[in-house]
Design a protein around this ligand. Structure first.
Ligand SMILES: [Zn+2]
Length: 267
């Protein structure tokens, strides 16, 4: 019963790999990229396209749940979107899906599609905990963490090939050929995790939720990891420094919001 026999389980990277396998014509470097980006950075339009393709693959593999849990997750997700800047709301295509799987997991794909597994949803105790994981995942999307990690890895590969005196072929075909491999090896850095916590926390508080939900979410994951480490933690390692950072942030900026109901002001 508790054993994880879910053969359909895919990590975020495997999901993207799957999408890319059917995506041979994705144009790279055609759209303007953010100022801080290097030449390998997929544009926002490319991120959205990639995310949308991967989302379609997920929805083919898994059964999407349409019961009260889905209604609840969509409501909380939309509350968080409403609390974002107009620019963020215009830029990203957030969508919220609950899928049937015992895995304790949730992830957002580049561009905005987010998936909550029933295995995690059923273990969360209130709306503020759900808002915690949702805000965190949405922050990875808004901060373009996947695209930046991908770009950095490409840059390192280029540096290595120059160092070795190899000719670097910069054709689109060559670049795309290397996307798949890099998706398997990318992990969010500690910096990205902390940044996603910070932005996610600000977002959930702005949407009317109790910031303690983020800490309670960590406690739920930590408790589970003692017996059967949740899949969520392999993509989002939870360190004591991370938890301490969030506690400090709450004390410094959001202590008055700790009086809110755990269901959130807007439910
Ligand atoms: Zn994360």
């Amino acid at each position: 019963m508790h054993k994880s026999q879910d053969v359909l389980y895919l990590s975020r990277r495997q999901t993207l790999m799957l999408a890319l396998a059917g995506c041979s014509g994705m144009a790279m470097a055609m759209d303007p990229t953010p100022a801080e980006a290097n030449i390998f950075m997929p544009s926002i339009a490319e991120q959205k396209k990639l995310g949308e393709q991967a989302a379609q693959q997920i929805l083919k593999k898994y059964r999407e749940v349409n019961d009260s849990r889905a209604v609840r997750f969509k409501r909380i997700g939309h509350n968080l979107v409403s609390a974002l800047s107009t620019n963020d709301q215009r830029t990203w295509n957030f969508s919220f899906h609950v899928i049937e799987s015992k895995q304790v997991n949730a992830f957002a794909l580049p561009g905005g599609p987010m998936f909550m597994y029933t295995g995690l949803m059923d273990r969360l105790n209130n709306n503020s905990e759900i808002a915690g994981v949702t805000g965190h995942e949405m922050a990875h999307v808004r901060l373009q963490h996947w695209a930046k990690s991908y770009a950095n890895e490409q840059e390192r590969n280029l540096g290595l090939s120059l160092l070795l005196g190899l000719t670097h072929a910069s054709s689109t075909v060559q670049k795309l050929a290397s996307v798949g491999d890099s998706l398997y090896t990318l992990h969010y850095s500690r910096h990205d995790e902390r940044q996603a916590d910070e932005y996610g926390l600000a977002n959930m508080v702005a949407a009317g939720y109790n910031p303690q939900g983020m800490i309670e979410l960590f406690m739920v994951l930590e408790k589970l990891s003692a017996s059967n480490p949740p899949a969520f933690l392999s993509d989002h390692p939870l360190t004591s420094a991370r938890i301490a950072d969030v506690r400090r942030l709450i004390q410094d900026k959001y202590s008055q919001d700790l009086r809110r109901p755990m269901s959130g002001i807007n439910g």
